[in-house]
Design a binder for this molecule. Structure first.
Ligand SMILES: Nc1ncnc2c1ncn2[C@@H]1O[C@H](COP(=O)(O)OP(=O)(O)O)[C@@H](O)[C@H]1O
Ligand SMILES: [Mg+2]
Length: 484
C-alpha cells in the first residue's frame, strides 16, 4: 500500500529542510571565519611577543650574560606562554625554563636555521603531552639582531593553543544554540505557512466531499484570489449547473411519469368509455321513453328525472376523461391570443351573466401571434374561466390581461386570468394541476390537468400565483411566433 502523505506534511518537511540547510550553511561559514580570525589573532600576538623578547635580551646575549637571560626567562613564564628557549649565536639552546628541562626535544634545534636577516621569523604547531594532558602548542621564534654585529641569538616561545580552542568551542556552542533556535522557529514558521496554504484546500476538499454526498445546499466559500480560489469558483459554478441539470432531470422524470400515468389512464378510460357508453345511451333513451308515460305519478317522474341527471353527469365525466386522455396531434396555426381569449369568454358569458359576474379585460393591441391549436387553447381558457365562475359568488369579478414577457431568450405571450374569489389554500396549491384532484363535491379534477397538458403541448407553462388580497390568478405563457 502506498503511504498517504498530506500536502501539509510535505510542505512542513520541505520548508523546514530548506531553512535548516540555509541556516546550517550560514552558521558553518560563520564558524570557519571565527576560527580563522582567532587563529590569526593568536599568531600575531605570539609573533609580537617573541620579537619583543628577542629585542629585550639583545644586550644580555651580546654580553653572553646567561644568568640575566635565565632570570628574564623565569620571570616571563605566565598564562598561555608555557615555555621560552633562548638560542646562542650558533643556534644552540642556551637558556630555557624548567618545563623544557623535562622535555628536551622542545629545546633542540633552532627553527631559524641559518637565516641572517632581522625580519626572518619561524613558527610551527606542535602537540605536547604534559602530565597526561595533550596540549596543542604554537612555537614562534624571532632573532635577536644587532645592526652591526648581526644575529646574537634567538628566542623561541611556546604558546598553548588550548585557550584559543576553548574559546572556539564556546563560539561553536553559541552557534549551535542559534541553530537549534532557528530550527524550532523554522518548524513553527513552516507549520504556519503550510497551514495558510492548505487551509483553502481543506475547505475545497470539504466542499467537494459534501457535494459528492449529494448536498448541494451550500456553495464552497472561498474568497482567496489565487488558483485555489479559481478552482473553488469553477467548482461552485459546476455545482450550480449540476443542480440545474438535476432539477431539469427531475422535471423531465415527473413529465415522463405523468405521461406514463396518463397513457395507462387513457387506455383504461377508452375501454371503460367504450363499454359504458352504448349501454348508457340505451338506458338513457329507455328512461326518457318511460318518463313520457302520462300515467306515472309525479313522484315516479321526479325519480326518473334524477336518474337522467345522474346519467348526464356520467356522460360528462366520460367526455371529459376522454378529452383528457386522448393523445391528439395539434393543428397549429397562427392565432392572435386575444381572439382565442375573446371566443372562450363568449362561450361562457351566459353562465357568468346569470351570476352577475363582471369581466374586465385588458389586452395589448400589438401582441405577436402564437402558433396554436385554437380549439385546444380555447379549452384551456374555458377551464380556467369555469373554475373562476365556480369559485365566485354572485357579483364577483374576473380580470383578464394579456401582454408579452421575455423568458429564456424567447418572447412569450402571457395571459393572466384572476378572480376575487376565496383563493386556493396552501395545501391544495401544489396539487391542483394533478389529474383527479378536486375540492368540489361534484368536481372531476380534470380541468386544470387538461389545461396543463395542452399548454405543455404548446411548449408553454401554466401556473397559479398568489394574489394580493383575495382570490387567485392563473398565468398562462405561450411562446410567441417569432417574426421571420
Ligand atoms: N379560481 C379558483 N379559485 C379557487 N380554487 C380554484 C380555482 N381554480 C381551481 N381551483 C382549485 O383547483 C382544483 C382543481 O381544479 P380543476 O382541475 O378544474 O378540477 P375541478 O374544477 O373539477 O375541481 C379545484 O377543485 C379547486 O380547489
Ligand atoms: Mg374545473
Amino acid at each position: 500500500m502506498k503511504l498517504k502523505i498530506s500536502i501539509y506534511t510535505r510542505l512542513v518537511f520541505w520548508i523546514t529542510l530548506l531553512i535548516c540547510l540555509l541556516f546550517g550553511a550560514v552558521l558553518f561559514v560563520i564558524q570557519i571565519r571565527e576560527a580563522r580570525i582567532l587563529r590569526d589573532e593568536t599568531e600575531a600576538r605570539a609573533l609580537l611577543q617573541a620579537r619583543y623578547m628577542a629585542d629585550a635580551n639583545l644586550q644580555n646575549l651580546s654580553r653572553q650574560d646567561w644568568q640575566a637571560v635565565q632570570k628574564y626567562v623565569d620571570g616571563h613564564i605566565a598564562g598561555d606562554l608555557i615555555y621560552i628557549v633562548v638560542y646562542d649565536r650558533a643556534g644552540q639552546p642556551a637558556v630555557w625554563n624548567t618545563l623544557v628541562r623535562s622535555h628536551d626535544e622542545l629545546a633542540s634545534g633552532s627553527l631559524l636555521g641559518d637565516a641572517m636577516t632581522p625580519e626572518e621569523t619561524a613558527s610551527e604547531t606542535k602537540t605536547l603531552v604534559l602530565g597526561g594532558e595533550t596540549l596543542r602548542v604554537l612555537e614562534v621564534e624571532a632573532p635577536s639582531f644587532a645592526q652591526a654585529a648581526g644575529r646574537w641569538g634567538s628566542v623561541k616561545i611556546g604558546l598553548s593553543l588550548e585557550p584559543m580552542y576553548a574559546r572556539l568551542r564556546e563560539i561553536q556552542k553559541v552557534l549551535l544554540l542559534i541553530g537549534v533556535g532557528g530550527f524550532l522557529l523554522g518548524i513553527a514558521g513552516a507549520a504556519f505557512l503550510a497551514r495558510r496554504i492548505t487551509r483553502p484546500l481543506h475547505r475545497l476538499v470539504d466542499g467537494t466531499v459534501r457535494i459528492a454526498n449529494g448536498d448541494f445546499s451550500q456553495a464552497i466559500v472561498n474568497t482567496s484570489r489565487d488558483e485555489v480560489g479559481d478552482l473553488a469558483r469553477s467548482f461552485s459554478e459546476m455545482t450550480a449547473q449540476l443542480l440545474q441539470a438535476r432539477q431539469r432531470m427531475e422535471e423531465a422524470n415527473r413529465c415522463l411519469v405523468q405521461h406514463e400515468k396518463l397513457a395507462s389512464i387513457g387506455r383504461m378510460a377508452a375501454t371503460i368509455a367504450h363499454e359504458i357508453r352504448n349501454p348508457l345511451t340505451s338506458v338513457k333513451l329507455n328512461i326518457q321513453k318511460v318518463a313520457e308515460e302520462e300515467s306515472f305519478a309525479e313522484t315516479v317522474k321526479a325519480h326518473l328525472g334524477l336518474s337522467l341527471e345522474g346519467i348526464d353527469q356520467i356522460e360528462r365525466f366520460i367526455k371529459e376523461l376522454l378529452n383528457f386522455t386522448r393523445v391528439q396531434e395539434l393543428l397549429l396555426e397562427r392565432w392572435p391570443v386575444g381572439q382565442i381569449v375573446e371566443e372562450s369568454l363568449k362561450m361562457i358569458r351566459g353562465t357568468l351573466d346569470q351570476k352577475k359576474i363582471a369581466v374586465e379585460k385588458a389586452c395589448a393591441a400589438d401582441l405577436p401571434p402564437v402558433l396554436a391549436d385554437a380549439d385546444k387553447l380555447r379549452q384551456v381558457f374555458l377551464n380556467v374561466l369555469r373554475n373562476a365562475h365556480e369559485a365566485l359568488d354572485a357579483g364577483g369579478k374576473i380580470t383578464i390581461g394579456c401582454d408579452t414577457v421575455a423568458e429564456g431568450g424567447r418572447t412569450m405571450v402571457r395571459v393572466r386570468i384572476a378572480d376575487n374569489g376565496p383563493g386556493i389554500k396552501d395545501k391544495d396549491r401544489p396539487n391542483i394541476f394533478e389529474p383527479f384532484y378536486t375540492t368540489k363535491p361534484s368536481g372531476f379534477g380534470l380541468g386544470l390537468a387538461n389545461a396543463r397538458k395542452i399548454v405543455e403541448q404548446h411548449n408553454g407553462t401554466i401556473g397559479v400565483g398568489k394574489k394580493r388580497g383575495r382570490g387567485s390568478a392563473f398565468v398562462i405563457l405561450i411562446p410567441a411566433e417569432e417574426a421571420k
